[in-house]
Design a protein around this ligand. Structure first.
Ligand code: DC
Length: 235
């Protein structure tokens, strides 16, 4: 990994590893681990959409009001910090990690994520995170739209049942009162909305390395990615 870091950091443009995939497939955890191993920056693009949704909610802005949403997007100031395996999402320097996950994410976020103008504005914003020594980019369209030139693209997936179970266990640990069936239906709906969106839908990049984590632990997923990185490095 160390060698890979040096190898890619020799390029003029900062290197980027994209990690796209379905909801609750383990992308977030994988990205945090990779960012820590490589000492690279991290971009959690989903949290940008969540923050826009939260700000729109707080300011009582309808998610169909593209102009007002765009004015939020143009001023947005988000940063990410990892400390002890935990990602903190900062809005104007304030930690909003809890707020954006507590906040009830409903269909509104899909209006935001489906707006071409918002996504175009965010395209430039997200690319600014690509700074040395490198970037780990987590999302749905990182390898296809935002960083199509990334040398390493990972696409992470797992079957719906497994993802629902994992998410359910996480929510139980956080004392969120929800049933497994509800979680299952929610993830199924999100899969559909993410994949059927006309603009920047969730699709596998042609050159992505696909990992099905249904029967893998996070450690096994990380090991697969490290092996893959070393193979690409040798090419
Ligand atoms: O990864 P997440 O669950 O935090 O993402 C929240 C929402 O944002 C998700 O429903 C889809 C959307 N999203 C997107 O459209 N494009 C991305 N690159 C990341 C997330």
């Amino acid at each position: 990994m160390f060698l890979y870091n040096n190898y890619l950091s020799n390029s003029i443009i900062p290197p980027v590893i994209t990690v796209d995939g379905t909801s609750s497939s383990g992308k977030g955890t994988l990205c945090i681990i990779l960012a820590q191993i490589l000492h690279w920056n991290i971009l959690d693009s989903g949290s940008i959409y969540r923050i826009i949704d939260l700000l729109a909610y707080n300011k009582n802005i309808s998610c169909n009001n593209e102009e007002k949403l765009l004015s939020i997007v143009k001023k947005i100031d988000i940063s990410f910090k990892i400390y002890k395996n935990k990602l903190s999402i900062m809005l104007e320097g304030k930690d909003v990690s809890c707020n954006i996950y507590k906040h009830y994410i409903n269909n509104k976020i899909f209006h935001i994520a489906s707006s071409q103008r918002i996504r175009e504005e965010l395209l430039h914003y997200q690319r600014k995170f690509r700074i040395f020594p490198g970037l780990i980019a987590d999302g749905r369209d990182m390898g296809t739209i935002v960083f199509p030139d990334a040398k390493i693209k990972i696409f992470l997936d797992a079957n719906l049942e497994k993802r629902a179970q994992r998410r359910f266990q996480q929510l139980q640990k956080r004392n969120v009162n929800v049933t497994l069936n509800e979680v299952f239906s929610e993830i199924k709906k999100r899969d559909y909305l993410d994949k059927s969106r006309k603009i920047a839908p969730l699709i596998k990049a042609n050159d992505a390395f696909i990992i099905d984590s249904t029967h893998l632990s996070i450690h096994e997923v990380v090991m697969k990615v490290i092996k893959y990185i070393n193979v690409v490095k040798l090419k």
